[in-house]
Design a protein around this ligand. Structure first.
Ligand code: SF4
Length: 380
């Protein structure tokens, strides 16, 4: 089995962004210590149950992990170190909001073992940031990245968004230039999705905001896929761009269908062919752990047909695509024979390309990834 990846969820945020439907809670600072204690209990339980397995990636995500005081992050990492075997050179990433970091904190995180930072910048335009309900301004992102470099981080990523209310292709082109000027080695770019029930979706439904039309949205997508590779940030996954060797190793585990263990509220795991998820409420999570119960509320075995579909569309998210011999090793099934008619149809639509060793999405396939992915589903 490959080394395990650990995902650690920190569900606290200073305020809820207007588009966000992640499991995150504002105004719950009073639960920082109790949550960390519960998390360390879960880490000890899982590490013991799995006999201290080797871990080569740890991803502390949220929420806003940078809201948690550094000594609590240290406590979490030291608990992982006590209960798992962190292999030498492991990637230890942490998400940070540019409005919640300072130079001493970042220096302390580096000493604690964090070696990769992912800043939720989202935009360099203050009006757009305000429209999203973000707590930070563009200047905070510049300062945060500079402090990270000064603290000794050389593996820094930022998240950007496009398709925002009022955003134009020219404006987005300028934002991409700002991102590249930071001289970081990884950028993730996501199109805005209006999630049902969020204030932004309601504002859209009521006509208070206007989103870029389809042509503008497509122009922004094309800008990112053309501009970033020209700046040395190669596209390695639909939404992710990196300098060579700086691809996020933790996220690659998801796309390569490798095992990961989620710890914390709402965290998902994929282990031994089984998916599971923990309860999403902070209090429920703390109560479960403090009373000696499991916080896991969902467990399901993945059928072979589902697993083959998932494996396929996760692999196809990467620009390298799916390697036939890897698929055959995993499922004892010939990929091309099993999916023959789907492959023929997708190739005719110029969504896929393949050679003797692997299959990958064309540029058009990347753009219409959902069409491709759904066609591999058992009932697709
Ligand atoms: S900082 Fe991230 S997790 Fe928190 S509310 Fe905003 S988008 Fe959601």
């Amino acid at each position: 089995m490959s080394n395990l990846g650990l995902y650690v969820h920190i569900p606290f945020c200073r305020q809820k962004c207007l588009y966000c439907d992640f499991t995150s809670y504002p105004g719950a600072e009073h639960l920082f210590i109790a949550y960390t204690t519960a998390l360390c209990q879960q880490i000890a339980d899982q590490g013991g149950m799995l006999c201290k397995p080797a871990v080569d990636t740890i991803y502390i995500g949220g929420g806003t992990p940078s809201l948690l005081p550094v000594h609590l992050i240290e406590q979490i990492l030291s608990s992982i170190d006590d209960n798992f075997t962190i292999v030498s050179g492991a990637e230890i990433s942490m998400e940070a909001n540019p409005g919640t970091v300072n130079k001493d904190q970042l220096a302390a995180l580096k000493i604690a073992g964090v070696n990769r930072l992912s800043f939720g910048v989202q935009s360099f335009n203050n009006s757009l940031l305000a429209r999203l309900g973000r707590i930070h301004q563009a200047a905070d992102a510049l300062v945060a990245v500079e402090c990270a470099f000064n603290a000794g981080f050389n593996n820094i990523s930022i998240d950007l968004m496009y398709g925002l209310p009022g955003q134009t292709p020219d404006g987005f082109a300028w934002e991409l230039e700002q991102a590249v000027a930071l001289k970081i080695n990884h950028i993730s770019v996501y199109g805005l999705k209006l999630e049902e029930g969020t204030p932004l979706a309601t504002a859209y439904d009521q006509g208070f905001i206007i989103l870029p039309d389809e042509a503008a949205d497509e122009a922004m997508y094309d800008l990112m896929t053309e501009f970033l590779p020209l700046q040395g940030l190669g596209r390695y996954e639909i939404s992710n761009f990196a300098r060579p060797g700086s691809e996020c190793r933790h996220n690659l585990k998801y796309w390569r269908y490798q095992p990961y263990l989620g710890l914390g509220t709402a965290a998902h795991s994929f282990l031994n062919g089984e998916r599971s998820a923990a309860v999403s409420g902070i209090k429920e999570y703390i109560d479960a752990l403090s009373s000696g119960s499991s916080p896991v509320v969902m467990r399901e075995k993945v059928s072979k047909a589902e697993a083959m579909a998932e494996y396929t569309f996760l692999a196809l998210r990467t620009t390298y695509g799916l390697v036939f011999s890897d698929f055959a090793r995993y499922f004892a099934t010939d990929f091309c024979q099993h999916f023959r008619s789907i492959l023929v149809s997708l190739q005719q639509q110029k969504l896929l390309d393949m050679n003797n060793e692997r299959v990958w999405l064309t540029g058009r396939g990347m753009k219409f990834g959902n069409v491709v992915f759904s066609s591999f589903l058992p009932d697709g």
